[in-house]
Design a protein around this ligand. Sequence first.
Ligand SMILES: CSC[C@H]1O[C@H](OP(=O)(O)O)[C@H](O)[C@@H]1O
Length: 367
Amino acid sequence: MKVDGRHFRSIWLEPDGWSVGAIDQRRLPHEFVVARLTTADEAGEAISSMLVRGAPLIGATAAYGMALAMRADASDAALDRAGKMLAATRPTAINLKWAIDEMQRALAPLAASARAEAAYARAREIADEDVEINRDIGRHGLGLIEKIAATKQPGEPVNVLTHCNAGWLATVDWGTATSPIYQAHDRGIPVHVWVDETRPRNQGASLTAWELGHHGVPHTVIPDNTGGHLMQHRMVDLAIVGTDRVAANGDVCNKIGTYLKALAAHDNSVPFYVALPSPTIDFRIDDGIRQIPIEQRAAAEVTHLTGRTADGRIETVCVVPEGSSVANFGFDVTPARLVTGLITERGVLNASRAALASAFPERSGVG
Ligand SMILES: CSC[C@H]1O[C@H](OP(=O)(O)O)[C@H](O)[C@@H]1O
């Protein structure tokens, strides 16, 4: 997407042909800083520290991490070691495992001498495929927005609520939940986005708002607990969120708080859509609530806030009393029955095993 007139992806191969550039998302929205990854360990640290985050982007970063590993040491042991190290960075987004499996499938049969070049080629393919997939997600989701826009008065916006950041910063480009929004906006359809701040890391307030602002999309940042009130007062036409893993039965794992939004949407008959690329589907499991591992992150993400002071200094402050216990569950699982539809690169599907298997037969046979 464009930032101040320049086109960016969230991650890219540098002109040197081997090192990897990435936007340091921990510094947004106040500082636009680009990081340069030169080793597999740096790629792993970028994922663990959330320098990069978002299921598809985590996968693309791991793919480039495998390429960086092969550049340094293309032995079987190094291939195995890099895969294990990167897979251990974060447990919930299945795109990470998918990308590592894809890379190992491409590299294992090759002679060590051929692995580095092949690794970079496959990593670039994974990144480019993500862009195309997300563009198609946007095209299918656009139809949903267009249908609602047809019921509005001229100039009256379609009000979309989203949670966390499932924008172009969470992917290589376009985003998943934001792709339909960008495509509607770019076609002149009035849209307005309610942006859940999304505690504790505030990916909505600091990333989604930043993205939408740079793209000129009208939006309003709201405290996480506001969505139900807005839905009760018919101020939300539909919700579109992203996801880190979808179980074969259509259960959806996403940033903590998504389940509560889905409950409020169900109670107010607000359509609740989940946008996802097919690598996010985990056909190996069919009970998301019991089987998807939920990452628990550091207490400091809850107890401390980082922001910019009025005189421009970046500061971190504590907002919780010493001695209080803290729980920081990163994700929750929304049961398929609360999901109106899954917006994928192959169309808008029911949140069901039959619909997922029919749309992605080549993947549903995964043992
Ligand atoms: C397009 S996937 C976005 C998905 O990933 C985010 O999690 P995190 O920021 O912790 O990587 C969040 O669940 C988003 O919906």
